[in-house]
Design a binder for this molecule. Structure first.
Ligand SMILES: [Fe+2]
Ligand SMILES: [Fe+2]
Length: 202
């Protein structure tokens, strides 16, 4: 199927949510997976699928169209890399891993605020705004909400990381934004493949 970006606007169903963010299917806990799917369908704004990540602190391709979506997928990949170590150290339960996966998928959901908005500048409190909306409109674990609130570490409006889950989500976000690190992405959607033909796939 040939996609144009415009086909990304408007309503879509759970199956399409999983095509856009197949990282959702890495979540093992059925309840958390369903809550994330519903949040991607109902809470993630239209602009999320086309906006750049729009920050001078990102690799060049994240500053292009669809960069925020690509960045989000890279955060998920980076987080996966740390899970086994954290579990073996006794810092993560299986549910913690899923709570963190959920946070990675949704951490920048409201990067540019509520619609209508401009995508020219990151909203300074997008961490807290995202956490507030997710806590009011979903039944996601508290550790997911906190990790969204705390994903910017010592910067922006949210608190500093207060759990291992929050800390690793923060680290994964930084890893995925590092100009020196090339992070692969899981099963990129056709639109992403067209925009970023050289992206590494996992
Ligand atoms: Fe962010
Ligand atoms: Fe981010």
């Amino acid at each position: 199927m040939d996609y144009v970006s415009n086909s990304l606007y408007g309503d879509f169903d759970a199956g399409e949510a999983h095509q856009r963010l197949p990282e959702i299917t890495d979540i093992r806990d059925g309840h958390i997976r369903n809550e994330v799917t519903a949040a991607v369908v109902d809470i993630v704004p239209d602009y999320f699928w086309t906006a750049p990540a729009a920050s001078k602190y990102h690799p060049a391709e994240h500053r292009e169209r669809h960069g925020l979506w690509l960045h989000t997928k890279r955060v998920c990949t980076a987080f996966e890399r740390y899970i086994q170590s954290m579990q073996k150290q006794g810092h993560f339960t299986g549910t913690d891993a899923d709570a963190g996966r959920a946070a990675c998928i949704l951490h920048d959901a409201l990067k540019f605020g509520h619609e209508p908005t401009s995508v020219n500048g990151t909203i300074h409190n997008h961490d807290r705004l995202g956490a507030t909306v997710l806590s009011e409109e979903t039944d996601l674990p508290q550790k997911t909400i906190d990790a969204v609130d705390e994903h910017n570490g010592p910067w922006y409006a949210g608190d500093a990381p207060s759990s291992h889950v929050s800390q690793i989500v923060h680290v994964a976000d930084m890893t995925a934004s590092d100009v020196n690190v090339d992070v692969a992405v899981k099963d990129p959607h056709d639109v992403l493949q067209q925009q970023f033909p050289n992206v590494e796939v996992r």
